[in-house]
Structure formats: C-alpha cells, structure tokens
Design a protein. Structure first.
Length: 200
C-alpha cells in the first residue's frame, strides 16, 4: 500500500486496479489520459482476467497530489473501462515478479546459489556462463537481491511491476480490503512506503 507524498514537489502515488475491455488501443487511450493530466506511470501490469474478453490492469500512478487522487474517477469515464478502483487506502495483498540473469562462472556459481537459497528464489535457467533467478515479493526485497548480485555481473533484469488485490474479509458481513482489529491498530502507527511489501 502506498499513499506517499513528496512534500517538496507535492507529488502523490496511488495504486489503481481496473477491469478493461480487450480492444486494440485501450492502453494507448489510458496512457494518453495520464499524459494529459500530468501523471507518471511508475509501474503497470496487465493480463487476462477471470472474465472472458476483459483484462485487469494494476497501475501505480504518480502526479500532483491535488490531481492524482482523482485518477480513478477520470479513468471511469473511458468507454473501455468496465470497472476501476483506487485501492491505495485499502488493506491489500500485492507482489512484484522479476527475472534476474546473472553471470555465473564455475567459481562463483555456488556462491550465487547460496544467495538464491537465502532469498528463497527459484533458479529457472542455468547456462554455461549465466544463471537466471525468479523472485517475487516487495520492491525492497527485489532491489536488495539485485544489488547483492551486481558484484557477479547482472546481465539482465525483467520486472512485472506491482499486481494487487484486496485482502479478503476476516469476518462475515465485512467488505474485502477493510482493516480489522489489530490491523487497524498497527496501521495507525505504521504506514507502508512505496518500497514496502503490502503482503505477508
């Protein structure tokens, strides 16, 4: 979850999920809307949803605080957008996935594999001179692994950006994404920043 505001620039970051029609040019129209409003897309993940003919997008959008907080309402005006929700203030589960290809000689391979074990990542490909890892988690976890691998030689990094969903309700009659009990108390003292994982 992120609702961070840069006091100096007055910029805010919001997390938006949208259900959109699978039509050519939809992403271009949404990008055009963001560009005209002065928003920056910090990350974007899109893929087919559980409903035929519809895709689900997760945006992390940055922009002037007085404007970006209305981004969901502006997206909702587009014909191709079936449903849109600003989940910034909600209790959410989110992940980012990355594939990291690193140089791996016979002398360094065991050390790299040991690092992979510490981070609990999957090794998905081993070549004669390289090794590719798959890691999921929060941005700070992925960034940490990349930095530790730089001394071996990072050849390529591919990242999905954030995907998110509302956390399921803990009791009957409660809406998904609500904070409950201890979660309310914890959130009062601790607000996750943009780099934190919004999940356990």
């Amino acid at each position: 979850m992120s609702n961070s505001t840069n006091g100096a620039s007055g910029f805010m970051q919001r997390t938006i999920i949208a259900l959109v029609q699978d039509r050519p040019g939809v992403l271009a129209r949404i990008s055009g809307l963001f560009r005209r409003r002065g928003f920056n897309i910090a990350s974007l993940a899109v893929g087919r949803s559980e409903r035929p003919g519809l895709s689900r997008m997760t945006f992390v959008v940055e922009g002037p605080a007085h404007v970006v907080q209305h981004v969901a309402a502006q997206l909702d005006r587009l014909v191709e957008v079936v449903e849109v929700q600003d989940i910034t203030e909600k209790n959410i589960v989110w992940r980012e996935l990355a594939l990291i290809k690193v140089e791996a000689s016979p002398h360094t391979r065991s050390e790299i594999l040991e690092l992979a074990g510490i981070f609990r990542v999957n090794v998905v490909d081993i070549g004669a001179n390289s090794l590719t890892m798959e890691i999921t988690g929060g941005r700070s976890k992925i960034n940490s692994l990349i930095e530790l691998l730089r001394k071996f030689g990072v050849k390529e990094v591919i990242r999905t950006g954030r995907v998110a969903t509302l956390r399921g309700a803990l009791s009957e009659g409660q809406e998904d994404g609500a904070f409950d009990g201890l979660q309310d108390e914890v959130s009062h003292y601790y607000t996750p920043t943009a780099g934190d994982s919004g999940s356990v």
